[in-house]
Design a protein around this ligand. Structure first.
Ligand code: TXA
Ligand code: MG
Length: 338
């Protein structure tokens, strides 16, 4: 492995030249580019094969930098940034006019976060300009939690990856839409993550801020949320009933899979043409924080074992708030839920 200093210099020089770089964060690895080089932003989309309607998150090194990409930084954003940054919270705020619309998919809002990883922060400070970075996987597939996952995913494209070891959180940040008007904040969780609704509530209550949570079902406010996502290379079958044996599960799955479309919302559904005959169970730790940390790499490892599918049985103890973000990902990664 290249010494860290050299790797940072190389990453900076590639970014300054308009290239994309694999960026370690505490959640998952990102595919980063400078927000002020349009061709570099475009390269993120082409490298990931990501549709342009799915907006990118802008990564910053400081609150001062965050303020430069938003047109409204109020007391709610300030309180949440102070409490959770650097960390796995993305705030969606009104965008500054200087932010390239390609980054925000033409929306008037921009997603911003300060990642909690020493190498990401060092690189951001060296470059001096915020970095747009989606997760470093091909569109719709499992997110990467190690440098080698990124190298394998973009082998053909030969992407340089800043190796920051294994991601400590293991799933993407919580995405929170923040709207402030006349001293009151309206909040919506657009994507679940390690930072829970109850964590956000405690911070805002302690600060005496006026806020309410609302559900948003507006596709325009939350693009990039498909029914399927994070899919491993063989079908994942999520079973909610422990009394069904794997054998009867497989016969049911074979019937149902053949009736499913090949593609839903431009995501290819993973299903082998010759049917499913063999399976490998996905095993996760019983602690939700550990289970979340290892989720994506276990999915990759299990998929690589050469069986026709992965089966995961949801256990009774996996229904508390701490498990919700993990099951949000597993539900989308599954080709079928039985
Ligand atoms: O943890 C993470 O958030 C990782 C690391 C690399 O920081 N990044 C990540 O990016 O997960 P990505 O592109 O895979 O997911 C970004 C999602 C979009 O799909 C969209 O749902 C939401 O964030 N998002 C970004 N900007 C938004 C905006 N202006 N309005 C609504 N949603 C937005
Ligand atoms: Mg992603």
């Amino acid at each position: 492995m290249m010494p860290v200093n050299e790797a940072i210099i190389q990453a900076k020089s590639l970014l300054d030249d308009g290239d994309v770089v694999g960026l370690p964060t505490e959640t998952v690895y990102g595919l980063a580019a400078r927000i002020d080089i349009p061709s570099a932003i475009e390269k993120i989309f082409t490298t990931k094969e990501r549709p342009f309607f799915d907006p990118l998150i802008v990564h910053v090194a400081s609150i001062a930098q965050a303020k430069m990409v938003t047109s409204h930084w109020g007391p709610t954003a300030e309180a949440l940034a102070k409490a959770f940054w650097p960390g796995p919270l993305t705030m969606v705020l009104p965008k500054a006019s200087s932010v390239n619309p390609m980054i925000t998919s033409g929306l008037e809002s921009v997603g911003i976060r300060m990642p909690n990883h020493p190498l990401a922060l060092e690189l951001l400070r060296e470059v001096g300009v915020p970095l747009a970075a989606p997760s470093a996987n091909k569109f719709g597939r499992t997110s990467p939690t190690s440098a080698s996952h990124v190298r394998v995913e973009f082998k053909k494209e030969n992407v340089f990856v800043l190796d920051g070891g294994e991601c400590q959180i293991g799933i993407e940040s919580t995405v929170l839409l923040v709207k402030e008007k006349e001293g009151k904040a309206t909040l919506s969780i657009l994507r679940r993550g390690h930072i829970l609704k109850s964590d956000i509530e405690s911070v805002l209550k302690a600060k005496g801020l006026d806020f309410e949570f609302v559900e948003t079902t507006d596709k325009k406010e939350s693009p990039g949320h498909m029914k399927h996502h994070y899919m491993p290379s063989v079908p994942l079958i999520l079973c909610l009933d422990k009394t069904i044996s794997p054998e009867s599960l497989l016969s049911e799955v074979n019937k149902k899979l053949s009736q499913m479309p090949d593609e839903i919302e431009s995501i290819k559904i993973v299903k082998p043409a010759g049917g499913i005959h063999t399976y490998q169970k996905l095993e996760l730790s019983s602690d939700p924080v550990l289970a979340t940390r290892e989720l994506y790499s276990r999915l990759r490892e299990t998929a690589a074992q050469g069986k026709d599918c992965i089966i995961f049985y949801r256990e009774d103890h996996q229904y508390s708030e701490r498990w919700e973000s993990l099951f949000d990902r597993l539900n989308k990664a599954a080709s079928l839920i039985v």
